[in-house]
Design a binder for this molecule. Structure first.
Ligand SMILES: [Zn+2]
Length: 421
């Protein structure tokens, strides 16, 4: 769709969304009244900037159903994300919301290179987490054959990928690597499977990780993005050009703002991704602060799609570490670690407070067969590269093969041992 027509569609849908949020959700109505903007006064897409923000804490504070714009008997499905701090975040969908989600997830899978008739092995967790069912409904809508595997039972996953002839793998990138490792230990060559494309998301990952996965699984590794507060997986997805994730702008409005000043940043500059839903009925979301740091471009893509592209998510502002004044995302350190000789792509960062300063220890793992006498030299080499490429001094500990915990879903990259404030 030409961008002009797309913007006209966005504006019409924004009007409907504002009416829904204002009339049916007390919190949105109160915030709009406080900021002096009622739905009728929003006359252009730019007026969006006058609307108040919504935060994850709003969902927690209105637990469980306070932000629903529909009574529970009109809600067909509930999902929830586990709260590491306090209560879970509960989200709801009408039947039409689920249809739209299936459409967008089918569109994402197609953009990744999946087609009707493919066998899609879905290793995203099923249950309250949106990953499993989100991918499942999209794969069915696409006309594919779904294997609803969920996470865990890694040896069985590998056997089924080989035996059922899976063409597409849906998983977190860290779990895909864990699968590759177990397959190698079992003497199974996943490179010889029917797998063609991997659709990887639910955690930030680096380009180095992409190369590693593409090499070890012999797939095209495609990045997919989503969050349960907005919908679940399928908010944005890469195309075969692998040059950013197309954000599905007929269903969402994307802004990139300076997280401090909240002013829009120029196109192409880094900032916090802020999303407004345009078609959600049960849980309309206005200017949701995702905390994800990224850049966007509306420049034409080689694939011909006109939807803007979200460049790789660098990390979440919540995960950002400030080490002696330097802002660091775990994915920056990952870029240095993954693919380096003699170490495996599994790692953890341990953050501690030493005196008044934060300190990072990087735990890496030696590859099988590397002599322990080489560990000190490996540690020095990793520390030197992190210093020169990321700009921080770290301690590096080299562990034995298999000592770093393997992910079966979202990887735990940071162990934060700093005292809680
Ligand atoms: Zn494209």
């Amino acid at each position: 769709m030409p961008r002009e027509a797309l913007e006209a569609l966005q504006f019409a849908r924004l009007r409907t969304t504002l009416r829904n949020a204002h009339d049916n959700v007390a919190l949105h109505r109160k915030r709009m009244e406080e900021s002096g903007v009622v739905p009728e006064e929003v006359r252009t897409l730019d007026d969006l900037r006058r609307l108040p923000f919504t935060y994850k804490s709003d969902l927690r504070d209105s637990y469980p159903f306070g932000m629903f714009a529909r009574p529970l008997n009109a809600v067909a499905r509930i999902h929830a994300s586990s709260g590491t701090t306090g209560k879970a975040t509960v989200v709801g969908y009408t039947r039409e919301d689920i249809q739209n989600w299936a459409d967008l997830m089918a569109r994402s899978l197609h953009s990744a290179g999946a087609r009707a008739g493919d066998v899609i092995h879905n290793a995203y967790g099923y249950g309250l987490f949106t990953g499993g069912l989100g991918a499942h409904y999209g794969a069915e809508r696409l006309g594919a054959t779904v294997v609803p595997m969920s996470g865990g039972s890694t040896e069985r996953q590998i056997a089924l990928i080989m035996d059922l002839g899976a063409n597409i793998l849906c998983a977190t990138p860290s779990y895909a690597l864990a699968m590759a490792e177990v397959a190698e230990q079992q003497g199974v060559d996943l490179r010889k499977s029917q797998l063609r494309v991997g659709v990887f998301g639910a955690e930030p990952w680096s380009n180095a990780m992409r190369c590693e996965i593409e090499e070890r699984l012999a797939v095209k590794a495609i990045d997919i993005y989503g969050l349960s507060e907005i919908m679940g997986p399928g908010v944005a997805c890469e195309c075969p050009a692998q040059a950013g994730l197309h954000g599905w702008e007929d269903h969402f409005l994307f802004e990139v703002l300076d997280p401090e000043t909240q002013a829009p940043v120029p196109e192409g500059d880094a900032g916090e991704l802020v999303i407004t839903t345009l078609t959600k009925q049960a849980l309309p979301m206005l200017r949701y602060r995702t905390r994800d740091i990224t850049r966007v471009t509306t420049a034409p893509c080689d694939c011909g799609r006109t939807h803007l592209r979200i460049l790789r998510i660098t990390g979440r502002s919540d995960d950002m570490l400030i080490i002696r004044g330097v802002n660091v995302y775990p994915s920056q350190i990952e870029s240095v670690l993954v693919g380096r000789a003699m170490i495996s792509p599994h790692y953890q960062l341990v953050v501690e407070r030493r005196g008044t300063l934060d300190h990072v220890t990087i735990e890496v793992e030696a590859q099988c067969g590397v002599d322990a006498e080489a560990f000190p030299a490996i540690a020095r080499d990793v520390a030197r590269h992190v210093k020169s490429m990321v700009g921080i001094s770290t301690d590096v500990v080299v562990k034995l093969p298999g000592e770093i915990p393997r992910s079966q879903g979202k990887a735990v990259r940071v162990r934060d041992l700093r005292p809680k404030e």
